[in-house]
Design a protein around this ligand. Structure first.
Ligand code: PGA
Length: 238
């Protein structure tokens, strides 16, 4: 596990944006999973500044997760956050990206669609994730198997209550559809991004706790090429 500690959220965002842009320049046909959440938004906006002359025509971008039943145009959906902050401003062709359709009547075929896309592409080159206060990665909640590919999860109460921050009005959230931790383990590079003192305790556990499915973030200790990009506040317990 390689830990990179940046001064603050601004520098963390700058560093992550540069890393991702360089990655795509070096591998223009990369297959990447990108996360939603508040943490990466500034990095995405910085990627827009840095990526104006970059060729995205062969890249494949997959959204990490969605809240089941929340429409794509909702400001709290993964699609909305990644599209508005990154994909649309960079004029990336919608053929180059996809997100879970979490309104699908049957969600299992949705999981298989994304699984198959990842397998067809020969696996993920890179996955970028954030971290929840309960240690969730994507919507892999505590107890999620490290052996799972895409799947549906039941949300913990803390995920439902913290998740309200993405919405302008109170929104019932019960389940998620998410890239599973086996895809993360099989990705060539896995990046965890975290910022702020509220993440300090869970970052400490990510790095120091015994690896366990009850703490999904500890999966990073098992990954052979794991990168932890954090700011000083998130690193304050290390
Ligand atoms: P955040 O969410 O970036 O909004 O803190 C992270 C997460 O829950 O994965």
């Amino acid at each position: 596990m390689d830990i990179k500690i940046l001064e603050n959220h601004e520098e963390l965002s700058e560093f992550t944006a540069k890393y991702l842009i360089e990655f795509i320049k070096n591998k223009p046909d990369a297959t990447l999973v990108l996360t939603s959440g508040d943490t990466p938004k500034l990095a995405y906006r910085k990627m827009v500044e840095l990526g104006k002359d970059v060729d995205f025509s062969r890249v494949t971008i997959i959204g990490l997760d969605e809240w089941v039943g929340i429409p794509p145009e909702s400001e709290g959906s993964c699609r909305y956050i990644v599209e508005e902050n990154l994909l649309k401003p960079l004029n990336i062709n919608p053929e180059n990206y996809t997100f879970f359709d979490c309104l699908a009547e049957n969600l299992n075929p949705e999981c298989w669609r994304i699984d198959n896309l990842i397998f067809e592409k020969g696996g993920l080159d890179l996955i970028l994730v954030g971290i929840g206060l309960n240690g969730h990665i994507g919507l892999n909640e505590p107890g999620a198997s490290f052996e799972n590919y895409c799947h549906i999860s039941d949300l913990e109460e803390i995920t439902v209550s913290v998740g309200q921050k993405y919405f302008t009005e109170s929104t019932p959230l019960t389940q998620g559809i998410t890239i599973g931790l086996k895809h993360l383990l099989e990705a060539k590079i896995a990046i965890l991004m975290a910022s702020g003192s509220k993440k300090a305790e869970i970052i400490e556990k990510t790095v120091k706790s015994v690896v366990s499915e009850s703490l999904p973030c500890t999966v990073f200790q098992k990954h052979t090429n794991a990168l932890i990009f954090i700011d000083k506040d998130a690193a304050s317990n290390l």
